[in-house]
Design a protein around this ligand. Sequence first.
Ligand code: NDP
Ligand code: HSE
Length: 436
Amino acid sequence: MSNDRVLRVGLLGAGNVGAEVARLMVANQQDLAARSGVGLVITKIAVRDLNVPRPGIDSSLLTNDADSVVSDPSIDLIIEVIGGVEPARTLILKAMSNGKAVVTANKALLAKHGAELFHASDLADVDFYYEAAVAGAIPILRPLAESLVGDRVQRVMGIINGTTNYILTKMHETGASFDGALAEAQSLGYAESDPTADVDGFDAAAKAAILAGLAFHTQVTDADVYREGIRGITADDVSVAKAMGFVIKLLAIAEANELHGSKEETISVRVHPTMIPLTHPLASVRESFNAVFVKCESAGDLMFYGRGAGGTPTASAILGDLVAVARNRNEGSLGPTETDYADLDIAPIGVSRTRYLIRMDVADVPGVLASVASTVAKNNVSILTVRQEGRGADAELVVLTHVATESALANTLKDLQQLDVVKQVVSMIRVEGLMS
Ligand code: NDP
Ligand code: HSE
């Protein structure tokens, strides 16, 4: 193969994802070359610790000097799979300014500094691809950025964190506590020893920001995303939901808000535990799988499903990007750039509208229902169903509301807590996917 028929790749990171990228590039070398129209060759691999055994990786390619990889004039493309903000951000910016295309899986970085990176790739006239950053193997970013770019996206709703979906699946199917299911997820290697990024919703919020930005042609960062994790979900919450025909999932939702009066169009982006009916397609997304629903004005409803994590599935998305860059390069072209022309405002959480399930411990005395109902109604929230279960002198009251704004719901909860008959508001969980 002559020199100009080779695309030289510098790999930053050889952990779960990077090691699989390296393995698959060797194992599928011939096919990748035939599909790309050029040979794809890893020239250098940057890692942190040169003493870590790395079976299957040519040790002569390894360096612990990542800067030397992004500065190497013989390298055409950088795959960044170090993760985190720094040094990944600086390395990617330097690679771009040195004329190298970049492929990354780094959602944490994109959700904070996406605009800076897109601008840098435009300035340098280089490709920047990141399909693996959201929902691992599932092709969702290219469909939003390319296939659906002629449509108007109205809503994106999905399960985009595998660890929390595994935990919630175990809680639903076995009655496990949150702590028990988390320990199991950790022992299986799904959850990290510090599970904060997953269970507190930071990972899903970063991915939600990326999805929302593409769907609504607007700059969205992780700071714009309303976020609640699953730490507060109890076995009781799960069992009440199940008894009512629901399952609890950590959902990411990005949607265009309804226009009221002459106000400008806004979007909302939120991540929180959500009850969905057991009959909803997202309810059957079990264990560490991910799925994303996209609702468009013309295309209608679309669903994307698959493995959202894991070295090999994630490497699949990275290799897809790699081949796309190689093909662009053969044609002397670049892939599509980001569009943020719509520049929509991101509404505060109070504007979002959904249904709510409120669980309360109340005194089991005459008039309780009436006083709860009038407190809810006073706040412009309408009740869909009420379920009451006696427990001696007390009772558990479970109220499912019609659609209401988050601000109306917040006021309702505040007022309910003031009622003498309400001993405690035990939990509030949002509800999606009901038809009426
Ligand atoms: P790992 O922690 O397994 O791997 C990180 C790699 O980066 C390691 O090889 C590490 O070296 C190397 N590294 C860390 N710091 C430096 C540095 N300063 N210079 C050079 N190398 C460095 O992460 P993952 O492979 O799991 O994740 C990589 C990226 O992919 C992240 O952005 C993540 O969010 C994303 N991603 C991961 C998925 C997954 O399922 N794991 C799914 C989708 C996306 P060493 O080996 O010596 O420690
Ligand atoms: N920790 C993430 C998850 C990995 O559980 O989905 C993929 O981003």
